[in-house]
Design a protein around this ligand. Sequence first.
Ligand SMILES: NC(=O)c1ccc[n+]([C@@H]2O[C@H](COP(=O)([O-])OP(=O)(O)OC[C@H]3O[C@@H](n4cnc5c(N)ncnc54)[C@H](OP(=O)(O)O)[C@@H]3O)[C@@H](O)[C@H]2O)c1
Length: 293
Amino acid sequence: MAKKRFLILGASGRTGFEVLRQAAAQADLYTVAAIHSPAKKSIVEPYANEVICLDYDQPGALLPALENIDVCYMVLPRHDHEITHANAIIEAAVQASIGHIIYLSALTLAGDTGAAAQTKIQIQHQIEQSGLNYTFLRPTFFMQRVLYLPFEKDRNRVRIFATVGEGRVPFIDTGDIAKAAIISINNPKLHRQGINLTGDYALSMAEVTRLLSRYLNKNVIYIDEPEENFSKRLIAEGYSDLRVEKQLETFRLWRANQHSDVCTDFYEATGQKKTDFKGFVERELSQIRRIYG
Ligand SMILES: NC(=O)c1ccc[n+]([C@@H]2O[C@H](COP(=O)([O-])OP(=O)(O)OC[C@H]3O[C@@H](n4cnc5c(N)ncnc54)[C@H](OP(=O)(O)O)[C@@H]3O)[C@@H](O)[C@H]2O)c1
């Protein structure tokens, strides 16, 4: 049987790279890794049958990339033009008549009118309206998200900043998100469906930093910052005003424990195991040491 041609957008990114690595181990998939920065080619090359460079700001390249593709993993970096980029990809996917699009959305709450949630809801709606076969992955905050929060460190101490107070979230590992993407390809029960994805238990940032302190043998503390100060840090990292607002919105929900519920449906249906936060820290310890050590 011919292999399914699987185009992985954002293949050098946090979830895209995991999807690519797991897809490479599937005998029935032919992987096409789409990257943005040519410098990242060497990272994805060992796992990809083909590598292409794509810039969502050059929509003319999308149709040729999607032609002869059976399945596409679509991830859009948080960006002011997220909806425009999504629409260009959806339009090209329809023209190319691809069989299945797996969209990395986010877990949203009923009635959330914030820009972050509405962006994801609007893109899902566009896909539903397009007639394409789809799976929506709706993860909560990634475990990996902790590792790119702003921080300051000296020899004895690491201070990690956010605006989430004592709020708890059931962080999910990007590897588990990728697993759901791969499983959805050959499971029609997961087509025309949204899958909510969380970890097994919710943690606060104070609990996360206590765990990191133990593993790093260093004092790691969480600093609950006023939004104004935190925004300045994000702007210094290159965030646009809209992106800052979207980040603050989602962190307000985290702070208010609005995202603390655990979702089990997908795992009960598939028998998949979830990665727990301690397991994540143990697996990524050398990278975590490089960041905070
Ligand atoms: N972080 C969380 O906790 C969380 C939770 C739920 C949902 N989400 C959603 O997850 C998504 C981000 O996923 P991710 O973390 O896997 O993404 P990511 O690591 O930010 O990766 C984004 C990918 O997109 C590529 N890219 C950037 N600009 C591009 C452009 N102009 N044209 C084409 N490709 C471009 C990047 O390529 P280069 O690296 O080559 O630039 C990278 O491979 C967002 O939509 C976010 O809302 C995040």
